[in-house]
Write a protein that binds this ligand. Structure first.
Ligand code: SAH
Ligand code: DHB
Ligand code: MG
Length: 224
């Protein structure tokens, strides 16, 4: 039971239950057409993010790592009228594809795309008084996760939900001798979160079209 079966099951579940809207398929097509890497969340994962945001009644969402905006479109669909989503991307080509995908989806008015390294935009958002966000999705470069998480806490409130993608990495996360800087980014993040009393967190391992990976879900439980 490995990759082929996981992909087939994702496909079955996507068609039957997830039912992504046409704008999502169009965003993936445009992203692939422009040569962007196929590393967006899967459809079941995207809908999971959308449902989480909806369950908590999020009206302000922050995403770190836009790519072509596939996960962004899922999450934006959870927003009520007047809700806002800010998404951070440092690759101009990815940002251009995403902007056109938001336009096509009719979401350009509620999504703010900030083109710069996330580590520069995050302090700027704080200085601009843009927090607190209700829901935060961390999905950019993996060595940056510990810093992105620290800034996310500053941009959060008690009750904010923070989701961090790609934290299991084929199980390599348990290998302290790994030569992969992404694994080390995740391991440093895990050490941070283990010692962080302001959040209560869990990590769920996943399999699917994107292989064997996982995500961390952290609930901010202290007033900031
Ligand atoms: N969330 C997207 C996938 C993001 S892939 C989805 O699921 O649809 C990771 C993205 O993070 C890439 O587009 C990459 O260009 C961007 N990225 C990498 N390093 C970054 C940085 N330092 N600041 C901002 N974005 C960065
Ligand atoms: C990569 C990044 C992601 O966010 C992801 O979900 C899968 C792969 C990557 O950089 O390879
Ligand atoms: Mg990811």
């Amino acid at each position: 039971m490995t990759q082929d079966r996981w992909t087939a099951v994702d496909s079955y579940l996507t068609d039957l239950i997830v039912q992504p809207e046409p704008a999502l398929g169009a965003a993936l097509m445009a992203s692939a057409g422009a040569g962007l890497p196929s590393i967006a969340v899967s459809a079941p994962q995207g809908k999971f993010l959308m449902l989480l945001a909806k369950m908590m009644g999020a009206s302000s969402i922050l995403e770190i790592g836009t790519l072509g905006g596939y996960s962004t479109i899922w999450m934006a669909r959870a927003l009520p009228a007047g809700g806002r989503l800010v998404t951070l991307e440092n690759d101009p080509k990815h940002a251009a594809v995403a902007a056109s995908n938001f336009e096509r989806a009719g979401l350009a008015g509620m999504i703010e795309l900030r083109l710069a390294p996330a580590i520069e935009t995050l302090p700027r958002l704080l200085a601009e008084g843009r927090g607190p966000f209700d829901f935060i999705f961390i999905d950019a470069d993996k060595p940056g996760i510990p810093d992105y998480f620290a800034w996310s806490l500053k941009l959060a409130r008690r009750g904010t939900v923070i989701v961090v993608d790609n934290v299991v990495r084929d199980g390599a996360v348990i290998d302290p001798a790994s030569a992969d800087i992404n694994v080390h980014g995740v391991r440093r993040f895990n050490d941070v979160i283990a010692a962080e009393s302001r959040v209560s967190a869990t990590t769920i391992q996943t399999v699917g079209s994107k292989g064997y990976d996982g995500f961390t879900l952290a609930l901010v439980i202290a007033d900031q």
